[in-house]
Design a protein around this ligand. Structure first.
Ligand code: PAF
Length: 331
């Protein structure tokens, strides 16, 4: 009798231990190849999560759009069929309009300013809006300052953009931004972009050095002009359906890993940006600096677009966004 009692207790204990130790598998999809900080950050994050959970949570990274475009992956997270991704805040703006302020042209003056705004109360308030949309935002990563590349001519003056067929992200602000500079904006997923540039379906695109390099745009684009027209952040997202199933210690481990991976991703992005200009020149691109006066002229031309999207993101969010930038500038 005693023996049977003991056997039942032992069986129950080992069953619960098994449940606790059960391996949790998750997928992290990125839209860019392995050499871009988005995917390097994803791999570092996966490594950290596995270490912090002692192998309990295993994340496999699928890079370069293997799981779909940014918009498709974002929707898959909402539906609970994929666990992690890190799209541009421009992609998220389709879901939560307040995210749109990040891409407002010529807002940030430096990466450090962006860090202060995104890591501060303003960024936290943005992330707090995601759970209601089936997503949990763990941190902001860096894509960086965006520059125009094209196959036709250097952009020296604001007017040089006019008439170019420019691929933009699938985001109304970016479509109107390039429309406002006289270009024909052609929205499409980044995963289709190389072919579109190669076949000359579009003349131009706009992205930071890191994307130009990782996507090998130097093979199909001659000119890179440092327009620096917008700063772009990525949001490290997890599916809420997945998140809610994690235990509190697992959630903490994932959140801690996100913080560490954020420092790594931003540092990698900045180190790469600093050396890729030389590398892209070596690979045959002609790089020209756009003067501060021409940037100011571009900003002037974009005033109606800035006004439209400042209002579109909501008065309160826009006010808080600009106040947070002012605050960051004082420090
Ligand atoms: O151009 C884009 O689509 C974006 O910069 C990025 C980060 C490559 C994809 O989200």
């Amino acid at each position: 009798m005693k023996f049977w009692k003991l056997a039942v207790v032992a069986a129950a204990l080992s069953a619960s231990a098994l449940a606790g130790a059960q391996e949790i598998k998750a997928r992290f999809g990125t839209s860019l190849p392995d050499s871009h900080p988005q995917t390097l950050g994803a791999r570092k994050f996966a490594e950290l999560v596995e270490a912090k959970t002692k192998g309990h949570i295993k994340i496999t990274v699928y890079s370069a759009g293997q799981l779909g475009s940014d918009m498709q992956m974002q929707a898959a997270l909402q539906g609970g069929t994929q666990e992690f991704t890190a799209p541009s805040t421009a992609t998220l703006a389709g879901l939560v309009k307040e995210f749109g302020v990040i891409g407002l042209p010529f807002s940030f003056a430096s990466e450090q300013e962006a860090d202060a705004v995104l890591d501060g109360p303003f960024g936290k308030k943005l992330l707090a809006q995601l759970p209601a949309r089936g997503l949990v935002g763990l941190a902001f990563w860096e894509n960086g300052f965006r520059n125009v590349t094209n196959s036709k001519r250097p952009i020296v003056r604001a007017e040089d953009i006019a008439g170019l067929k420019v691929r933009t992200m699938q985001n109304n602000l970016y479509i109107d931004m390039f429309g406002g500079l006289g270009a024909n904006a052609v929205p499409m997923a980044v995963t289709e972009l190389f072919t579109a540039l190669e076949s000359r379906a579009v003349d131009a695109q706009e992205n930071p050095y890191t994307v130009v390099y990782a996507q090998k745009f130097y093979d199909v684009q001659k000119y890179l002009s440092t327009t620096g027209h917008a700063y772009d952040a990525l949001t490290l997202l997890v599916s809420r359906k997945f998140w809610d199933r994690l235990s509190a210690p697992d959630q903490k481990a994932v959140q801690d890993a996100a913080l560490e991976a954020t420092a790594y991703e931003r540092q990698t992005s900045r180190e790469l940006n600093a050396r890729l200009r030389g590398e892209l020149t070596r690979l045959g691109m002609q790089i020209n600096d756009v003067s501060p006066q021409e940037r100011a002229r571009m900003r002037e031309k974009l005033q109606p677009v800035i006004a439209k999207y400042t209002a579109g993101a909501g008065e309160e969010a826009a006010k808080e966004f600009f106040a947070a930038i002012e605050q960051a500038r004082k420090h």
